[in-house]
Write a protein of this length. Structure first.
Length: 370
């Protein structure tokens, strides 16, 4: 019977940290080298002299994760299933795995572009390649430092790149390509609060009266402003996806391209009036629809024709829908559901915009004397 015992131990490293590793006694043969070894480093560390609450919480969570791995190894050894190699997939090419995930995003222009940009930065960060065994807390922290050193990259782009990397790591962990998910123990870059530009009802009505060089883009923008649907969702819609009738009203059942959740969304008559439901059931609801910087530039030209004076992209149509709903008195919970948000906090941003507008309107009465 195998009597090897596994203990969780610590080793002092740089910057006042201690690296966690498993100590095997007696030693276990490493199947890759054929040599006996007593240590398996976990790619986890704790702070030697934790001072604040954040550092202490980090240590508690990391030690708990290390203990979970230790217990798992002990059970594997007792079952005779574990010969120390860290993970049989540790030599796998992480960038190749990342590229495979990226290809699955090809149909979503904006999302694919962010994945591709992240891949380019990962190659620049580690030109010699990245293996599964390299995915550690230190790796993530160094990648964040690399992004921060690129001062020309906007903060929210850095956040987006880190999120794409985190998503890939989570997938690798779920597939058992890596032993742990270090993203849970790293402080992610914070997103900057950005101005969410939108059109008022009057501005939306005004711009609708002008022609756009790309009619399908105008059609899709207005449809989005009246339904809250993302470009990626509108792009996939077929005529047969529109259910209902003039008498009972229209709705769609669809899967959000971003969240992959099934949603039911009522479609107002004003949005139905924008489209032609006469045609083959499998025809695109809006044909010849493409997303690119060029298309957004033509969208801006259309906005400028109406002399609105705002910088508008396609996604601003979704902002417009949210603010119009809240302005007209729809409660924030319902708006959140209409937008397909999984977290009410995401929708709260729009409520804050409306509150600010109300405050500005109220201040206009400050200097009025009766």
């Amino acid at each position: 019977m195998n009597t090897t015992k596994v203990k969780l131990r610590q080793k002092a490293i740089s910057k006042g940290r201690k690296s966690l590793y498993l100590d095997f006694y007696p030693a276990i043969k490493n199947p890759s080298t054929g040599k006996a070894t007593r240590r398996e480093f976990l790619g986890l560390y704790i702070i030697a002299k934790a001072k604040g609450a954040i550092d202490k919480q980090h240590n508690v969570q990391t030690l708990a994760l290390g203990e979970n791995i230790r217990a798992k190894r002990q059970i594997e050894i007792q079952k005779g299933e574990y010969g120390l190699s860290g993970n049989p997939n540790e030599e796998m090419d992480f960038l190749k795995f990342f590229s495979e995930l990226m290809r699955s995003k090809f149909d979503s222009d904006g999302n694919y572009g962010n994945w591709n940009a992240t891949k380019k930065h990962l190659k620049s960060f580690r030109p010699d390649g990245i293996k599964m065994k390299d995915i550690t807390i230190e790796f993530l922290e160094e990648f964040i430092s690399y992004l921060n050193s690129k001062t020309k990259i906007k903060q929210n782009s850095k956040v987006s790149y880190y999120r794409k990397l985190s998503a890939a790591i989570k997938q690798a962990y779920n597939k058992n390509y890596i032993n742990s998910n270090p993203t849970k123990l790293v402080k992610a870059p914070k997103e900057e609060s950005t101005k969410r530009e939108f059109l008022t009802l009057e501005e939306l009505q005004k711009v609708a009266k002008h022609e756009c060089e790309i009619p399908s883009y105008k059609q899709a923008f207005l449809f989005s402003a009246l339904t809250g649907l993302r470009f990626s969702d509108i792009e996939k819609l077929l005529i047969k996806d529109i259910k209902g009738s003039k008498k009972k009203g229209y709705y769609i059942r669809y899967k959000q391209q971003k969240t992959k959740t099934e949603e039911t969304l009522p479609i107002p008559k004003s949005a139905i009036d924008l489209i032609d439901l006469n045609g083959p059931a499998n025809r695109r609801l809006i044909e010849d629809l493409h997303y690119s910087a060029y298309h957004n530039s033509k969208l801006q030209d259309w906005i400028d024709k109406a002399e609105i004076g705002k910088k508008i992209t396609f996604h601003c149509a979704r902002h417009t829908f949210a603010t119009l709903q809240l302005t007209m008195g729809t409660d924030i919970y319902t708006v959140s559901k209409l937008l397909g948000h999984s977290d009410l906090k995401t929708t709260q941003v729009y409520a804050n915009i409306i509150d600010k507008k109300k405050e500005e309107a109220s201040k206009k009465l400050n200097n009025i004397s009766l």
